[in-house]
Design a protein around this ligand. Structure first.
Ligand code: PDD
Length: 280
């Protein structure tokens, strides 16, 4: 694989980042995951806008313009001959030369790393036909989940808790209501209404969420942006998640309770079809 590090395109074995990098020592960095389908980069503008916002919230300067970023993504996709897959981008506060809690002086260069992941047939993922199972776990993450930082330890632990319980993912619950999945936004459908938590600092502002809600509104589907409980979700007709890597993925079971018929529902199926058709 050819990866990108601070302006260079290198074989992955030759790419190097300092042991003092603040991304490594302090999880002081932000990231974006963007899908590639048929060689096309999906929702680039949304991901670039969220990257700028994440950087701004952490008082980090944009490492390059959106145009330069898009050119770099395209270069990586081309060099790695990616038809279907992902581009991962990470920007950290760089290498201050030692470990220190205080931010390094202004002007310290950020570390920019990007790589591709090859996922042939990504859009035809068979799991979309059978759905996934989720468990609920408490949301004990920090309070700025709207910033896409690389602090992913608890989401990783949540994924492992789900696997240990024979499920695929975990929905996190705070003050009795679902916040989001470990790496996706969470939705239920009841009587034709799509219900998903409203945007705040409590959840990541999903780029796929924005696109899917826009398409749903255009298709005259009803949307309610509000919190919901696990009990309400278990009594819903359908449930699903969205993310740049999963697109729209049906959820058929929550904490061992089948949702609706216990099979993939029509709303999630339709939204997945619309999202993929609009994106390609
Ligand atoms: N995760 N919520 C969380 C906590 C996420 O990590 C993600 C994305 C989402 C969905 O956002 P988007 O639609 O912009 O991908 C919601 C990415 C895919 C990841 O960490 O791999």
């Amino acid at each position: 694989r050819i990866v990108y590090v601070n302006g260079d395109y290198l074989p992955e074995e030759e790419a190097k980042v300092s042991v003092f990098d603040r991304g490594f020592l302090m999880a002081d960095g932000v990231y974006e995951v963007t899908s590639v389908l048929g060689g096309k980069i999906l929702d680039f503008d949304g991901h670039a806008a969220r990257l700028s916002r994440s950087l701004g919230e952490l008082q980090m300067d944009a490492p390059c313009s959106d145009e330069e970023l898009l050119a770099m993504f395209r270069e990586l996709v081309a060099r790695n001959e990616i038809e279907d897959g992902m581009v991962y981008l990470q920007v950290t506060r760089g290498n201050p030369g030692d470990r220190d809690f205080a931010f390094p002086p202004a002007g310290t260069a950020p570390t920019i790393v990007a790589f591709t992941q090859n996922k042939p047939g990504l859009a035809e993922n068979p799991v979309a036909k059978t759905g996934i199972k989720v468990i609920s776990i408490p949301d004990i993450r920090w309070g700025r989940r709207d910033i896409k930082t690389v602090q992913l330890l608890y989401p990783s632990m949540g994924k492992m808790m789900a696997k240990a319980a024979g499920a695929d993912d975990a929905w996190m619950v705070e003050d009795g209501a679902v916040t989001e999945g470990t790496s996706n936004n969470a939705y239920i459908v009841k009587d034709g209404v799509i219900i998903t938590r409203q945007l705040s600092e409590d959840i990541l502002h999903g780029i796929t969420r924005a696109a899917v809600l826009k398409f749903a509104a255009e298709a005259q589907m009803k949307i309610e942006e509000r919190p919901f409980t696990i009990e309400e979700a278990q009594g819903a007709d359908e449930a699903f998640i969205t993310s740049a890597s999963a697109f729209v993925m049906p959820v058929i079971e929550i904490d061992g309770t089948a949702i609706g018929s216990g099979t993939v529902g029509p709303v999630a199926t339709r939204l997945r079809e619309i999202y993929l058709a609009e994106s390609l």
